[in-house]
Design a protein around this ligand. Structure first.
Ligand code: ADP
Ligand code: ASP
Ligand code: MG
Length: 462
């Protein structure tokens, strides 16, 4: 069997956890071909982002403070795992890089990637030592991307080909390989990163390349749950879900997985198993197994309509309105072109049938960026008076019942809205894609948890 195992930051937090992760991988590596993908130690990516920002502002004292924290955690782990001198060399490189950025006081997306990549470089060094096997970064393993620094897109065909070549000669039962998640390089060999949560994506790209039998994503939770257990205490673990459900759930924040991570696995029909590093006997959640009947939980015989109720907080709704938009082709194109150009991620779209308004949900963090881009572009493309108003509403949550069983089942929407109305919650906007696998409701953040609980209970998920 060929296995890719990805260990998230929570599984890599310190030498003891790294040793434990290594033992889980080595247990499989005796009989199988195993590729281990590792994230940075928990919290280190955030620290590196802070470091890069401090360097960009030329704030030397802030830089030194973050560097000291990063150094302490990694030196301690390196000492326990016996790679002190390699770690020292890598930390010096990071310090030199940060000083260079600090000296100019200018941070670019490219230099930001160079700094942030150190999280995975350092954890890969530690895991390679713990497993006593070759350790490569994502670029050395063959992943090539475009130049979109900080969220680069893999050149997929080339990457798959190169990974197959490079890992193919190294892998064998008893001969595992460690590969850093998140990091790749453009075609000139300059370091890029795949975006936050990108180690998941690395794992599925490698899995597709080597034609893995399964991809295991190890974290500190049992798997996908019917809702966030902090919001719904009775939330249950899902034993099996489809790729389509997992993609919808990921989009609405059930798990902070990279949004494109499931693409390579789905396309190449490779099941992804989410597992808990600290409870390795639990089976976890199996995503995309062939045996599952759509709309029913593998563990039960009752038909499942709604599978889960994920929610996304801290969103904003931007509404572009104005009567002269009516019947005017090109308005929607202008809106979405502008957002794409500004690299704004659109989470939900609704248009009234009267065509007099288009509402778009974006993260609150991108709200100002989106608004500015829309104002400029719409005025330029369609004339000053066309979009008379751009309204923004922040503090919004998107709550989205998700499930393959929703497709073609009449009455689901009615039950969703009745349950929400019964709780006295006002719905700001609604969207249902034609896949019919989710209905997204925008509500105020303060109403989000209650909306999730109402729907979780309406569909008997607890
Ligand atoms: P890792 O780096 O180990 O992959 P993440 O960055 O994904 O971990 O963050 C893990 C945290 O995200 C968990 O501790 C938990 O708080 C939250 N989380 C992840 N998956 C789920 C889930 N399915 N349901 C609820 N919370 C989750
Ligand atoms: N370390 C990166 C992040 O925190 C990538 C990952 O963990 O998947 O986003
Ligand atoms: Mg993580």
């Amino acid at each position: 069997m060929k296995l890719v195992m990805k260990f998230g930051g929570t599984s890599m937090a310190g030498a003891e956890k790294i040793r434990h992760a290594a033992s889980l991988a080595l247990a499989q590596a005796a009989q199988h071909e195993v590729v281990c993908v590792v994230s940075a130690m928990d919290g280190v990516t955030e620290q590196l982002l802070e470091l890069a920002a401090a360097a960009g502002h030329g704030n030397r004292s802030a830089m030194l403070a973050v560097l000291a924290e990063i150094r302490t955690a990694h030196e301690r782990a390196a000492k326990e795992l016996g790679c002190v001198s390699e770690m020292e060399a890598a930390l010096v490189k990071l310090e030199t890089l940060a000083s260079g950025i600090g000296a100019i006081g200018e941070l670019t997306p490219r230099s930001n990637d160079a700094v942030v990549a150190f999280g995975e470089r350092l954890s890969t060094l530690l895991m390679g030592k713990a497993m006593n096997c070759p350790a490569l970064d994502g670029a050395q393993a063959g992943i090539v991307t475009n130049d979109h620094f900080t969220s680069a897109d893999p050149l997929m065909e080339l990457s798959l080909f190169q990974v197959r070549q490079k890992l193919g000669v190294l892998l064998a039962p008893g001969k595992p390989v460690v590969v850093s998640g998140f990091i790749a390089a453009n075609q000139h060999g300059v370091t890029t990163t795949l975006g936050r949560g990108g180690s998941d994506y690395t794992a599925t790209i490698l899995g597709a390349a080597i034609k893995a039998d399964e991809i295991w994503i190890w974290s500190d939770v049992d798997g996908m749950m019917t809702a966030d257990p902090r919001v719904v205490p009775t939330a249950k673990l899902l034993s099996a879900i489809s790729f389509a459900e997992a993609v919808e759930m990921g989009k609405f924040g059930a798990k902070s997985m990279h949004p494109r991570a499931l693409e390579p696995a789905a396309e190449h029909h490779i099941p992804v198993r989410m597992r808990n590093t600290f409870k390795p006997d639990n089976p976890g959640t199996l995503i995309g197994a062939q045996t599952r009947l759509a709309g029913s939980d593998a563990g039960s015989t009752t038909k499942r309509e709604v599978t889960a109720v994920p929610a996304l907080k801290n969103m904003a709704i931007i509404t572009v309105g104005g009567a002269t938009m009516i019947g005017r082709p090109g308005t929607a194109a202008a809106i979405f072109d502008a957002l794409a150009l500004a690299r704004v991620n659109v989470h939900m779209i609704c248009q009234s049938v009267s065509e007099s308004g288009i509402s778009i949900a974006v993260s609150a963090a991108q709200c100002d960026l989106a608004r500015g881009a829309l104002e400029r572009a719409i005025n330029a493309a369609l004339g000053e008076k066309t979009a008379r108003a751009i309204d923004t509403q922040t503090g919004v949550s998107i709550v989205a019942p998700v499930g393959d069983g929703m497709k073609g089942t009449p009455g689901i929407a009615a039950r969703v809205f009745t349950a929400i109305a019964r709780s006295g919650i006002n719905v700001i906007a609604i969207a249902q894609g034609s896949s019919e696998r989710s209905i997204a409701l925008a509500v105020m953040d303060k109403d989000g948890p209650e909306a999730v609980r109402a729907l979780h209970s309406e569909f008997g998920l607890g």
